[in-house]
Design a protein around this ligand. Sequence first.
Ligand SMILES: NC(=O)c1ccc[n+]([C@@H]2O[C@H](COP(=O)([O-])OP(=O)(O)OC[C@H]3O[C@@H](n4cnc5c(N)ncnc54)[C@H](OP(=O)(O)O)[C@@H]3O)[C@@H](O)[C@H]2O)c1
Length: 323
Amino acid sequence: MLGPDFGHRTTLFPMTDTHLDTTQPFGLIGVGALAHAMAATWAHQAPNQPIGVWARSASRGVRLRDAVQRSVGRPEGIETIDLLDSIDEMAAMHTTVLAVRDSDLEEVARELAQHPPEVEDAVVLHASGALPVHVLEPLRLVGYQIGRMHPLVSLRRKADPEGFRGVGFSISGGPVAVARAKALALWLGGWILPPLAEGEAQVRYHAAASLLAGGIGVLFEYSLDGMARALGDRDAARGGLIHLLRSVAANLEEVEPRDALTGPSARGDVEVVRQHLEALTPEGAEIYRALLPAMLHMAFERGTLAEVDRDRMLAFLAQEGVA
Ligand SMILES: NC(=O)c1ccc[n+]([C@@H]2O[C@H](COP(=O)([O-])OP(=O)(O)OC[C@H]3O[C@@H](n4cnc5c(N)ncnc54)[C@H](OP(=O)(O)O)[C@@H]3O)[C@@H](O)[C@H]2O)c1
């Protein structure tokens, strides 16, 4: 399982400059999903060092602060978050993470660039998987060191201090920003992915991540629907399916995807697959149908599907209009 012990992976990269000085001021702009996980992790690991947060909506800022305080059990006298009155206070931060949606990054970078850094080697990082570092160019022009640190994880607005445990980070930017981002990623409990060239490779990286994260969600939706109707109990269906998903993930960590493939399509069992397609909702059946050729191909490549079974399944797929 992808677990916390990824020390060996971080050694793939030079370990110099990987210490994060948590006594230096740290700031977050935005109070969404990324900000919740980052602020909660910081509050747990450096409880005596409040971070500065700039929220454009005061009430949402307070909500983040309350959620983070709750996550650390509201220790008396310890304020984990300092809600800032204005974005200009970010100029005093040693490291600032722009935890805003990708579509807002350019605007926020321009806004912060109105306030040049007040400290040496002030670093500003964005967390987008899709956008290049140079969306922060206005900040570089006024003296900030700029970079990008994208956590390969799916987050929602939850003050989870374990949100980055075992997570791979894709990092790029200038040398000072990269060193800071690596130190922060490791300190948050993550590990560093191999460097990624901007342009085509970054698009491929992000497309791959989005296909998996989004695709699993869609598959889960239709599986849950079918399972809940079968069992008459949505909670039990969810619990059962989550465990099934975990077992698939555990297998995928150990073997190639084609070797982890199970189920009737991988065995070439046409009759069972036909019944499945009838039993699912039209939307669920459409997705199942679309995946069948790839399942069949992988099973055949693995060498466990007899040619005769593959041909029967291919004939069935042709009938269904998918191959
Ligand atoms: N969520 C994930 O799973 C995930 C994973 C990896 C990377 N990331 C990256 O993390 C970054 C943040 O994503 P997210 O999911 O945390 O987004 P999010 O939950 O939608 O939160 C975005 C936050 O940005 C704030 N914001 C937008 N414009 C602003 C402005 N002009 N000034 C101040 N705050 C502003 C929003 O404020 P309001 O609350 O007032 O709307 C909101 O709090 C993105 O670059 C994303 O690609 C996210």
